[in-house]
Design a protein around this ligand. Structure first.
Ligand code: SAH
Length: 255
């Protein structure tokens, strides 16, 4: 475990959801490039590293991707161990694939360290099992926001029979609603909208495909949020509202 660059998934926010491998790599890094949506508590694991904020909200107004890649390359060529810390998993809507390819093309060894992606964490945080026998045959992770401004093929997704976990969907709810209903999805299909999953400000809005846009407005749903669409969204593994508190108690007891 000693590449020049680690692309590390920071998970959805809660530092306890980091992998041990991520913690180890952060502890070895000389310089850490930090994205938006990475919880600041995670930087406690790299107290001696130089921290460079490369997210849009971190002061580097819309740091261009190209600039970030060149920065990683420059540090790596200086012989520094570089950690690129991204929210969730680096390779789920996180450009991890592009960055790893670019580094490899420039002769720099890199390793991706998985993080728990927001969609998985959000569902579990509110007690939703993303697959459940009889309710969903699989899960599809999808972004509502594509680079060219286009939309995913909602009608194919509506017919697929899997739970849909939608990232970057807050501004697209009205469009999604129209497309899913037009594709024949049952208007009463349950939807869970989860904001700030795993963080102290976590909120959940339960709705349906027909009502999701209006409900999100009334709820003042804000990014970052994921949507879980499908029968499992109405299913709960345990008493929902105090589930995170229960989980904490369980962890404390077993510690
Ligand atoms: N690589 C990240 C996703 C980055 S795209 C991952 O694997 O999770 C950014 C989108 O992720 C946000 O628009 C939102 O849809 C989702 N997201 C990230 N963190 C979140 C959180 N704590 N709660 C809910 N959604 C989150």
């Amino acid at each position: 475990m000693n590449p020049a660059v680690w692309l590390i998934g920071a998970g959805p926010g809660d530092p306890e959801l980091l992998t041990m491998k991520a913690v180890k790599a952060l502890g070895l890094a000389d310089v850490v490039l930090v994205d938006d949506l990475v919880d600041p508590r995670i930087l406690d694991y790299c107290p001696d590293a130089r921290i460079v904020r490369v997210g849009k909200r971190g002061g580097c107004r819309s740091t261009p991707q190209d600039f970030i890649q060149r920065l990683m390359l420059r540090y790596a060529r200086q012989g520094l161990r570089v950690a690129r810390l991204k929210g969730g998993d680096p390779c789920i809507f996180g450009r991890g694939g592009e960055e790893a390819q670019w580094l490899s093309a420039h002769g720099v060894a890199c390793e991706v360290v998985n993080g728990i992606t927001a969609g998985l964490a959000a569902a579990t945080a509110v007690g939703i099992p993303l697959t459940q026998r009889g309710l969903a045959t699989g899960v599809t992770l999808v972004t509502a926001h594509t680079q060219d401004g286009g939309m995913p093929d909602w009608s194919a997704l509506a017919r697929g029979g899997t739970t849909l976990v939608v990232y970057m969907g807050v501004a697209k709810l009205q469009d999604m609603r129209g497309q899913l209903l037009a594709a024949g999805m049952d208007a009463a299909t349950p939807v869970a909208m989860i904001e700030n999953a795993s963080l102290p400000g976590q909120r959940e809005c339960a709705s349906t495909v027909a009502a999701m846009a209006d409900d999100a407005d009334a709820f003042r749903l804000r990014s970052p949020a994921v949507l879980v669409i499908g029968q499992v969204a109405a299913c709960r593994m345990y008493g929902a509202p105090d589930a995170p508190a229960l989980a904490e108690t369980r962890l404390r007891r077993s510690a």
